[in-house]
Design a protein around this ligand. Structure first.
Ligand code: RIB
Length: 319
């Protein structure tokens, strides 16, 4: 009997060193407030998603990443390697590693400013060979022209192309046409889809591919090949939501590459992202596969009432 080949995910995206200030709350524009702690963590949406994918288990994870030749690159590279991510590094001696300035309030919410640095140097031709890749996972912290070219290559090669459209920006139809699954939060959905209306109306937009909308503690809602799916959130005490969306995307991609159903993938991704909110930092907060298993076994999702509430929030009728 031959062992089934492990699924393979290629993440092409950003890496940043996160300079994180904890404060009672995120300041309003023009306001100065006093914080009480400043720390650095490995971050960047692409690198966070690669770590989440590798920790989700049952897949091989590889990442195309650009890093400067500077000390900021070291903790990022170490974090990716210790999670088991194989790296294709584009080294940029003249350009600094990406940086993010993150303020986290005591309610767990955050505000983030990214300085792209090396991430802006990634080009179409940097994408590694796609042979054997099941899923290509992309975000929008690298140049849009490169993202579109990578998505097109993935599409032509028959790879499942997953795009997390974060940070939010409007997307050309030529990009949406070569994406299999779009993952967005509510604000990103409003940017990508110009039509007004509730979430149910927006995810039914004929210009969109299959789409998952993450809705924070409420859970998520998806339209996958015309089938609408709802996954209520898992109950946790959130201390830092940084990287929760990335944990969701990386876990989702791992599950899909491993051949799991979309329902299971959404459930695992929701549990993993809830757990990520209970710890500080981005990559440091990503749970292991066994922690997600334990969360799922505990049945700590919000049950049938949360499902009804989620449906109502999205403008969907379940009955
Ligand atoms: O999604 C969270 C990430 O956004 C942070 O790690 C930061 O680096 C920015 O890319």
């Amino acid at each position: 009997m031959t062992a089934r080949r492990r699924g393979r995910v290629l993440v092409a995206g950003s890496a940043n060193l996160d300079f994180v200030v904890r404060a009672p709350r995120v300041p309003a524009p023009g306001e100065t407030i006093l914080g009480y702690q400043c720390t650095t963590f490995p971050g960047g949406k692409g690198a966070n998603q690669a770590v989440a994918c590798a920790r989700a288990g049952h897949v091989e994870t590889r990442m195309l990443v650009a890093l400067g030749d500077d000390p900021q690159a070291e903790p990022i590279e170490a974090s990716l390697r210790s999670a088991g991510v194989q790296l294709d590094i584009v080294r940029t001696p003249q350009v600094a590693t990406g940086a993010a300035f993150v303020c986290v309030g005591d309610d767990g919410e955050n505000a983030i400013t990214v300085v792209s640095g090396a991430n802006a140097q990634l080009r179409e031709e940097d994408l590694p060979e796609l042979h054997g890749v099941d899923c290509l996972l992309l975000q929008l912290e690298t140049p849009l022209a490169s993202v579109e070219a990578w998505a097109r290559k993935g599409h032509v090669a028959g790879v499942t192309v997953v795009l997390n459209a974060a940070p939010a920006q409007q997307l050309p139809e030529s990009l949406l046409a070569v994406v299999d699954l779009l993952v967005v939060n509510e604000g990103e959905l409003a940017t990508v889809v110009s039509a007004h209306g509730d979430i149910a109306a927006r995810i039914g937009d004929p210009h969109l591919p299959s789409v998952v909308v993450t809705l924070g503690a409420r859970g998520c809602c998806a339209n996958v090949d015309g089938r609408v799916l709802l996954q209520p959130g898992f109950r946790v005490e959130a201390v830092d939501t940084t990287g929760a969306g990335d944990t969701f995307c990386g876990t989702l991609a791992a599950c899909l590459a491993a051949g799991e159903s979309m329902d299971n993938a959404l459930r695992r991704a929701s549990a993993a992202s809830a757990l990520a909110c209970t710890r500080f930092g981005a990559q440091t907060s990503v749970p292991s596969r066994s922690e997600v298993d334990a969360m799922l076994a505990s049945g700590e999702d919000n049950g049938v009432h949360a499902r009804d509430a989620l449906a109502a929030y999205c403008g969907l009728s379940l009955h």
